[in-house]
Design a protein around this ligand. Structure first.
Ligand SMILES: C[S@@+](CC[C@H](N)C(=O)[O-])C[C@H]1O[C@@H](n2cnc3c(N)ncnc32)[C@H](O)[C@@H]1O
Length: 213
């Protein structure tokens, strides 16, 4: 999906009270005092602000999003709440403008399915995590490949299922990025979404843990 369309669609949603999430990555992430964290697709900034409070003044949290409306809303909420140990960054998921091995914890909620190049996103997650750093990601996968004709269908994209990949593809991308062992924290039974069946999944992985790292 073109980034301008994502920007427009989510900027409109930023001022709405409507639902955005499909999971609870932050609930399982347990940020620790002093940690440096990153939320990919930070939306209205709720999870970033919560993590900033949990990591305390010695910690720091980045929120990354492509939507101007979401970034504006997130910044204004953080300002109103007086939370200062955070920064919102405008970027696409495939290019994380942060240094190698600089992050302790990455979370993402219902966002990676939107990325055009999901392998690039996972490669970036691996690159910016410190050795021993972890991710907790909530996302969706489809039980069978999304038919080609829907992949660029604006309505299907707006309904957040056109970008889903299968569970096998998802796990293959993680492995290819370098993650050796993945823990599935939650996984829903498949449900109908548009023209496919999807499942919501929350996964956790650690950089450098596994048989061969
Ligand atoms: C479904 S919302 C989830 C927001 C938030 N994580 C939550 O759970 O409330 C997806 C968010 O990802 C952002 N997003 C979608 N595609 C993106 C991309 N390619 N690069 C960066 N951000 C993207 C959108 O702007 C939106 O804020």
């Amino acid at each position: 999906m073109a980034l301008v369309e994502i920007n427009k669609r989510y900027s409109e949603l930023a001022v709405d009270d409507c639902c955005l999430s499909c999971g609870g990555a932050v609930d399982h992430s347990k940020p620790q005092p002093g940690e440096i964290c990153l939320d990919l697709g930070s939306g209205r900034g709720t999870d970033v602000i919560r993590m900033a409070e949990e990591v305390g003044e010695k910690g720091y949290v980045y929120g990354l999003d492509i939507s101007d409306g979401m970034l504006k809303k997130a910044e204004s909420t953080a300002r109103k709440m007086g939370v200062e140990n955070l920064r919102f960054i405008k970027s696409e998921l495939e290019i994380i403008p942060l240094a190698h091995k600089s992050i302790d914890l990455i979370i993402s909620n219902c966002t990676i399915n939107h990325a055009d190049d999901k392998q690039a996103v996972w490669n970036e997650i691996y690159r910016v995590l410190k050795e021993g750093g972890r991710f907790v990601v909530s996302d969706i996968y489809s039980t069978s490949p999304v038919p080609e004709e829907y992949k660029n269908d604006p309505e299907a994209i707006a309904e957040c299922w056109a970008g889903a990949v299968t569970r096998q593809e998802y796990m293959d991308q993680l492995a290819k990025a370098g993650f050796k062992s993945i823990e599935v924290i939650e996984e829903s039974v498949p449900y109908e979404k548009g023209k496919v069946k999807v499942s919501s999944i929350t996964i956790k992985g650690t950089k450098g843990k596994g048989c061969c790292n």
